[in-house]
Design a protein around this ligand. Structure first.
Ligand code: XLS
Ligand code: CA
Ligand code: CA
Length: 429
């Protein structure tokens, strides 16, 4: 079968000063960074939905991108063929998908299950042929009209049961394909208005659902990591998994700590009013850091634009937090990013991933340089070098009064530290 991507070249690795555009200048999976291959730090993945399902349609206009397959099983096979043709040419090691990206919904719940089983075999054959692996699978619990009022949090128990069907099956298919993680993004687990919403009831349903998912994971012996992906809003006005700290509270409340980690998306972090690095540092400090969806928003827009990252310097603080945390383990960098509506040339998708990948690789190198340099870590340690006082509140207060202490202000040295980061990210450094 021929595909729209067949004419694309395989992306070569070329020296940084080459004028060739479709090549990796910085991404060298085998290059050792802080004692570990770059490929092990980054574990990059192509997102099936944006790259092969998204059409460029928006609320104001029709599809623009050439994606010549329909929503039938033949269409799903043609799409898979094209997806792997593209991924082979790009040469990244992983991909991620939703059940509905790879297999059509069909006319009933049962037909949807049969379609996914059939497509799992097709994917398995492509994976065996190309060596491309599955970073994570997930279930789409937000597109079908039945989920308009949520999946696990839906007031209708039958909709909750539909979510059970899809998640059980998508997790089992992920296991069958050797997937290393399973993601739960609660796109419609939230509300549009409090006037019709029982918050306590919806929290209890979501907690019960996740406990069932964890129990099933252990029952089938799936060894991958379960990941919740926080997002504050869009498509609903308010989403329950709004940010990492909120997810931690939810997991603690439902006795799920130690069972589930987080998949942090850069654009979701900024929508929540945080930075990407804040969410990564928060997850690492709470023992929840699992994986990342790498993309960027647009500072002028208040929505989820899911653009490819192109500015390595901007990514350095996030990389630094990942290095400080010792890496992502079984997680990776999923390019949850989409082409702009006008990017209708077939090679636009290749340019997008090449630029995104090189930005991540370069940022990783620069962040590693900062760790090797050591001055940042030394400054941070020195800030906390004081011995903590012990005893009761009264003991500490009495001792302070007895000595009539007068602690002297010390500089946070922010500008000096920012200069160190900027210098590490200067190509001439
Ligand atoms: C949407 C989310 C979604 C998840 C997977 O905003 O990013 O694509 O990553 O369901
Ligand atoms: Ca995402
Ligand atoms: Ca997004």
């Amino acid at each position: 079968m021929s595909t729209i991507f067949d004419a694309l070249p395989r992306v070569p690795f070329i020296a940084p000063d080459s004028r060739e555009e479709l090549c990796f200048r910085h991404w060298r999976p085998e290059e050792v960074v802080l004692g570990r291959p770059m490929g092990d730090w980054l574990r990059p993945a192509v997102a099936y939905w944006h790259s092969f399902v998204g059409t460029g349609a928006d609320p104001f206009g029709a599809p623009t991108l050439p994606r010549p397959w329909d929503d039938s099983m033949d269409g799903a096979r043609a799409k898979a063929e094209a997806a792997f043709a593209f991924m082979e040419r790009l040469g990244l090691p992983f991909f991620c998908f939703h059940d509905r990206d790879v297999a059509p919904e069909g006319a009933s719940l049962r037909e949807g299950v049969r379609h996914l089983d059939a497509m799992a075999e097709v994917l398995q054959a492509h994976m065996a042929r190309t060596g491309i692996r599955l970073l994570w699978g997930t279930a789409n619990l937000f597109s079908h009209p039945r989920y308009m009022a949520g999946a696990a949090t839906n007031p209708d128990p039958e909709v909750f049961a539909c979510a059970c069907v899809q998640v059980r099956h998508a997790m089992e298919v992920t296991q069958r394909l050797g997937g290393e993680n399973y993601v739960l993004w609660g796109g419609r687990e939230g509300y549009d208005t409090l006037l019709n919403t029982d918050l306590a009831r919806e929290d209890a349903q979501l907690g019960r659902f996740l406990n069932l998912v964890v129990e099933h994971k252990h029952r089938i012996g799936f060894t991958g990591t379960l990941l919740i992906e926080p997002k504050p809003h869009e498509p609903t006005k308010h989403q329950y998994d709004r940010d990492v700290a909120t997810v931690y509270g939810f997991l603690a409340r439902h006795r799920l700590l130690g069972e589930v980690k987080v998949n942090i998306e850069a654009n979701h972090a900024t929508l929540a009013g945080h930075s990407f690095e804040h969410e990564i540092a928060m997850a690492a400090s709470l023992g929840l850091l699992g994986s990342v969806d790498i993309n960027r928003g647009d500072p002028q827009n208040g929505w989820d634009t899911d653009q490819f990252p192109t500015n390595a310097q901007e990514l350095v603080p996030a990389m630094l937090e990942i290095l400080r945390a010792g890496g992502l383990g079984s997680g990776g960098f999923n390019f949850d990013a989409k082409l702009r509506r006008q990017s209708v040339a077939v090679d636009d998708l290749l340019h997008a991933h090449v630029g995104g990948m090189d930005s991540c690789a370069e940022a990783l190198r620069w962040a590693a340089r900062l760790i090797e340099d050591g001055r940042l870590e030394t400054a941070r340690r020195a800030r906390y070098a004081g011995e903590p006082w012990t005893g009761t509140l009264a003991d500490i207060a009495d001792a302070a009064l007895a000595r009539d202490i007068a602690p002297q202000p010390r500089s946070g040295r922010q500008e000096r530290l920012e200069n160190l980061v900027a210098a590490a990210a200067r190509p001439s450094a």
